[in-house]
Design a protein around this ligand. Structure first.
Ligand SMILES: C[S@@+](CC[C@H](N)C(=O)[O-])C[C@H]1O[C@@H](n2cnc3c(N)ncnc32)[C@H](O)[C@@H]1O
Length: 229
């Protein structure tokens, strides 16, 4: 990815559960697709909104949001030092890039949280993903959005796969990466007090979808019953 950022078009191999690697162009993680552009365009953000991109990679979503809005505070979580350094240089202030959730959690409350690029997997296995989603929703302002792109190649519910990245004779990993089906995502977010809408993703994998969760406003306290005179 760092070579691709330096202008050398690169392809890496993605091996899922020991199967032969599938070719993935790095450029897919450097620019926004039209469906991502349209989805983000529908989300309204308050002045000086705080936006968190968890597993931000090269920061393609935050770069897009920054280009549209100078006032928002961009927060990116990215484990790779080189990608974090790139984001620090490429996303204008106010912006903060950190290596993990523990370093980002106090940057909220967030008005928008992104888990893009098959990003739910960044939270880990199913138990960790449920706990992670709870922490993310807790860190959101009322009415804020959480946008997740995920999906399953096979099976139902939440599945954790083993991935290896192959590039120029090198292998990185294995990594454990989770994904979920639509029912799992809706149920997991509704129990956290969110309203969820789903739409198809146009990612090349053909199995991914978007979930946009809105943190509900606190329930209205019913007025006291009138006492008949
Ligand atoms: C599939 S890529 C998606 C990148 C970006 N969201 C996009 O759509 O272009 C996942 C990114 O998450 C990062 N990552 C993986 N596990 C992580 C973790 N536990 N904490 C922070 N970043 C992580 C990887 O280094 C990688 O850049």
């Amino acid at each position: 990815m760092l070579e691709a950022l330096a202008g050398r078009d690169q392809t890496f191999g993605l091996a899922l559960n020991g199967s032969p690697p599938i070719a993935m162009p790095c450029r897919d993680f450097l620019r926004l697709r039209q469906d991502e552009f349209d989805l983000l365009g529908k989300i309204t953000l308050p002045l000086a909104a705080r936006v968190l991109d968890y597993g931000c990679g090269a920061g393609r979503h935050l770069k897009h949001l920054r280009a549209a809005r100078a006032d928002i505070h961009c927060v990116g979580i990215e484990a790779c030092d080189g990608l974090r350094a790139h984001c620090n240089a490429a996303v204008a202030s106010p912006a903060t890039f950190v290596a993990n959730w523990q370093q980002a959690r106090n940057e909220g409350p967030f008005d928008l949280i992104l888990l893009m690029g098959n990003g739910l997997g960044v939270l880990g296995d199913e138990t960790a993903a449920r706990a992670g989603l709870r922490e993310l929703v807790d860190s959101m302002a009322t009415g804020a959005r959480l946008v997740i792109e995920t999906g399953l190649w096979c099976g139902q519910g939440y599945r954790t796969n083993t991935l290896e990245i192959h590039h120029k004779g090198r292998r990185d990993g294995p990594f454990r990466w989770g994904g979920a089906d639509r029912d799992w995502v809706v149920q997991a977010l509704e129990v956290l007090g969110c309203e969820v809408t789903l739409s198809d993703s146009r990612a090349p994998d053909d199995v991914l979808f978007f979930a946009v969760a809105t943190k509900r406003r606190l329930p209205m306290v019913p007025p006291p019953a009138r006492i008949p005179l």
